[in-house]
Design a protein around this ligand. Sequence first.
Ligand SMILES: Nc1ncnc2c1ncn2[C@@H]1O[C@H](COP(=O)(O)OP(=O)(O)O)[C@@H](O)[C@H]1O
Ligand SMILES: [Mg+2]
Length: 226
Amino acid sequence: MIRLDSVQRRYVSEEVETTALYDVDLAVETGEFVAIMGPSGCGKSTLLNILGTVDRPTGGRYRFGEQELAALAEPALARFRAETLGFVFQSFNLIDELTVEENVALGLAYRGSRAQARRARVAEAMDRVGIAHRSRHYPHQLSGGQQQRAAIARAIVGDPKLILADEPTGNLDTENGAQVMNILAGLNEGGATIVMVTHSPSHADMAKRRIDMLDGRVIASALRAI
Ligand SMILES: Nc1ncnc2c1ncn2[C@@H]1O[C@H](COP(=O)(O)OP(=O)(O)O)[C@@H](O)[C@H]1O
Ligand SMILES: [Mg+2]
């Protein structure tokens, strides 16, 4: 599904130059569940942002299926993101002024289906993560775990080919973190491809493959022993 070849990301400002990624090669196949681990500042979010096309590599190639993404201009990338990707963040990133249901519907933004079909998809996504009973609530009326489940519903409502999750359990207690991980593992069982950054070794163990990063490089990739 994904091929990164010698992907590099350098930040240049007037005083300093930082290399967040050095020559990263990475392939992710359809149906994989990959956990990315590594110390703070090693480039995990940069890598995920590049996979999510919200950041561009300063060198190397990124192919998604047959598409060379470096060649696409922003409007085409925005469409690609909306049609192909689902994002889950550490801080949930729900819109405070919208209900759960309305937040989840945002995940359908560019997927033009009829109102009734859209409502059915939103209801189904909320159901899958066990948040349907809170559909009319606003984010501040929910626990962190419920907010993250709503955010996952928003990520999956459009049936994305790839789910990108950056420390999805980082702001959650053990029990809510476990719930979120069970949802992600269930989505993967159902065929979703997932790339997740985590600091938790036990959560990384729920993925099928673990990638370790250090100082802007991938230093190890190992399939989970079963
Ligand atoms: N916008 C930016 N400008 C300059 N440096 C950045 C920027 N974003 C990230 N970096 C640097 O890139 C490196 C990797 O950051 P990041 O990918 O966020 O790490 P991680 O997610 O592993 O903690 C860090 O050294 C960070 O300071
Ligand atoms: Mg990060």
